[in-house]
Design a protein around this ligand. Structure first.
Ligand SMILES: Cc1ncc(COP(=O)(O)O)c(C=O)c1O
Length: 410
């Protein structure tokens, strides 16, 4: 039996020696890791800067204010809450703050690439305590905005959630806003997956079009596990109390004391996200994703939607004669870590889907570029074609380890 310290060391080695290709994962900066492991976690700070229920928050207030101000500046919004403990609680806080139980949430369905918290029926809070209506994509991966408008006019949702977890195309927030024009529907963008592309100007910006934006901070932003809620000018114009309502839903509605160590990590990651070097990272990420997608298609893989416009791709592995789970397991044996994922109109159940989701945010953070994407496409191809050949899988795993060694995690 290993000690916890030994297990952490083993996990550290696993991350160092394998290709982290799950598009929602990334490496934080050393400064962020130091902040998260700092004395800040000793402190209770229920409330908000200047209005705490505990004494001793002189420095915590300054840290949280810095995170809030950096977020407001970066996204050009009048209100930011940096306390949600993660992405799902952030979405819950928006619903709790702005809706009544039983109101209608309209979000993209899971198999089209939406997230569970966007109204997935029966098993999530968003589909149990609210009435859920889901929209989906067309067979070519596009969204039919005429159909969407009809659905909005018929279902009259109190909130329309615009966001994705497994969608390889750009999201046109302006078209969503147009589809909801003339209605009282609140528009919420969940940009957790592609927040870095929005900051770098490589993805349409939701801020001019929606009332509220949520995002996690641990994916492309390279911050700690956490989330933020932003209220836009449009949101304040719709309801001047929108920010206050959301703050109240976060605390005391859903949470107690904020995780101050994480708040400091968020502030640091946001500062980094405003630099030229982050913009460079985001540009390289998109280039890497496009290169990897192209190279995989050239090796006979089917990509849903015909490729990628952002940081991720969905491989439909049915033509390779295996399931998504079998592909993910074979790749893991070769040191390539991905996740099985449903593809649009998947004939198989979510527990055993037909696809794998792949994205290079983490390996781009390690400094890998287009050349490495070509090598990795070959590894993926060879591992899947030789999935029952232990010798080949071990050989690829060794090569992956050697490649990783050239690109150390900072
Ligand atoms: C779009 C989107 N929203 C919310 C979440 C939930 O975030 P968390 O896992 O931090 O609760 C995710 C997680 O993958 C996501 O992709």
């Amino acid at each position: 039996m290993h000690t916890i310290t030994e297990l952490i060391q083993k996990e550290e080695a696993r991350q160092r020696e394998t290709l982290m290709l799950i598009p929602s994962e990334n490496y934080t900066y050393p400064e962020v890791r130091a902040a998260v492991g700092s004395v800040l976690m000793h402190k209770y700070s229920e409330g908000y800067p200047g209005k705490r229920y505990y004494q001793g928050n002189e420095f915590i207030d300054q840290i949280e204010n810095k995170a809030i101000e950096t977020a407001k500046e970066l996204f050009k919004v009048p209100h930011a809450n940096v306390q949600p403990l993660s992405g799902s609680p952030a979405n819950a806080a928006v619903y709790m703050g702005l809706l009544k139980p039983g109101d209608t949430i309209m979000g993209m369905n899971l198999s089209s690439g939406g997230h569970l918290t966007h109204g997935h029926p029966n098993i999530t809070f968003s589909g149990k305590f609210f009435r859920s209506v889901q929209y989906g994509i067309e067979i070519d991966g596009s969204i039919d905005f005429v159909k969407l408008r009809e659905q909005i006019l018929t279902e009259k949702p109190q909130i329309l959630v615009i966001g994705t977890s497994a969608y390889p195309k750009l999201v046109d927030f302006g078209k969503f806003a147009k589809a909801a024009e003339g209605t009282d529907t609140i528009l919420m963008a969940d940009i957790s997956h592609f927040v870095g592309l929005v900051i770098a100007g490589l993805h349409p910006d939701p801020v001019p079009h929606v009332h509220v934006v949520t995002t996690t901070t641990h994916k492309m932003l390279r911050g700690p596990r956490g989330a933020m809620i932003l209220v836009t000018e449009k949101g304040i114009a719709k309801d001047p109390d929108m920010g206050k309502k959301i703050d109240k839903a976060v605390f005391p509605g859903l949470q107690g004391g904020p995780h101050n160590n994480v708040t400091a990590g968020i502030a640091l990651a946001l500062e980094k996200a405003g630099t030229d070097s982050f913009t460079q990272y985001a540009k390289q990420l998109v280039l890497n994703a496009k290169t990897l997608a192209q190279e995989l298609m050239e090796r006979g893989f089917t990509l849903t939607g015909g490729g990628t416009e952002n940081h991720l791709m969905l491989l439909d592995v049915r033509n390779k004669g295996l399931t998504g789970k079998e592909a993910a397991v074979a790749l893991e044996s070769a040191g390539i870590v991905v996740n099985a994922n449903a593809i649009p109109f998947d004939p198989s159940p979510p527990g055993n889907p037909s696809g794998v989701r792949i994205g290079p945010p983490a390996i781009t953070a390690r400094g890998m570029g287009e050349n490495e994407m070509k090598i990795i496409a070959t590894y993926i191809h060879d591992a899947i074609e030789n999935r029952t050949n232990e010798e080949v899988l071990v050989r690829i795993k060794d090569e992956v380890r050697a490649l990783c060694k050239l690109f150390p995690i900072t």
